[in-house]
Design a protein. Structure first.
Length: 62
């Protein structure tokens, strides 16, 4: 491979968009996982509180 062919290969930008979109998708996926992991404990606590309140209301109504 001569230097002009190597230089032309180095300057080619055909696959650049695919790499950029792949990195962006990976970043969004990691951010979503981090947010859902942090929120899961809060959602679980909220669900337990609502369940306890409904059970107390059912017991009081009986």
């Amino acid at each position: 491979m001569n230097t002009s062919a190597l230089y032309a290969f180095w300057q080619e930008e055909d696959g650049q968009d695919l790499v950029e979109y792949s990195l962006l998708l990976a970043f969004i996926a990691l951010a979503a996982i981090a947010i859902l992991s942090a929120a899961s404990k809060n959602i679980s606590t909220l669900w337990t509180d609502i369940s306890d309140a409904l059970q107390d209301a059912t017991t009081a109504a009986s």
